[in-house]
Design a protein around this ligand. Sequence first.
Ligand code: 6GU
Length: 232
Amino acid sequence: MLRCDIITIFPDFFRETFAYGIIRRARAAGLVELEAHDLRRWTSDKHRIVDDRPFGGGEGMVLKPEPIFAAVRELTGAASRKDYASQTRVILLSPQGRVFTQAMAQDLSQQTSHIVLICGRYEGVDERVADELVTDEVSIGDYVLSGGEPAALVVIDALIRLLPGAVGNESSTTNESFTESLLDCPQYTRPPEFSGLKVPEVLLNGHHAEIARWRREAALKKTERNRPDLLK
Ligand code: 6GU
């Protein structure tokens, strides 16, 4: 059982998405326990303030350290990174993080039993959070989101579908895009002809060796066209 705690100022952002597809099924099967926590729960002032202006000046607001430290300490039962249980990871979602990959998803799904995700907001998070609490600072790509919430969902989805039993057919997660730095081959289903558009003949003839060869070549062509960086 994997436990996943999300620290966010928008807990409602997650409720609906946890009720669909692979995440819903993994929860129902007892493979994962997910909870989105409102960061404001760990404030102690009347206005439940979670952010403040950056020292040194500049645009926007920075998430304050105190509520995040209180949240992570309560959720991990540890005062700082060096005291976490060996299978606990605290992930900060931020555009300054290491870019998330399938290998990182595999590592997390195999090595962890408790993940705490901190969703960054505004122009940043007080760096003492990264220094003291965070085991992995993660970005989902080279573009800027207004907050870490969509990124947290991406990480959770990629990870949960790798848990044994989460996806119907186990081999469907071992033979897929990125596991051997090639994209998946194109897929077709019925009808064999639609509006004059035909399914490649080779897929209809039941000749398994020919089909395997066609798929490998088609995957290579697609990778050359869309992701030449993967072939280097
Ligand atoms: Cl994790 N957060 C934000 N705010 N922007 C991002 C991101 C994360 N990953 C890519 N862009």
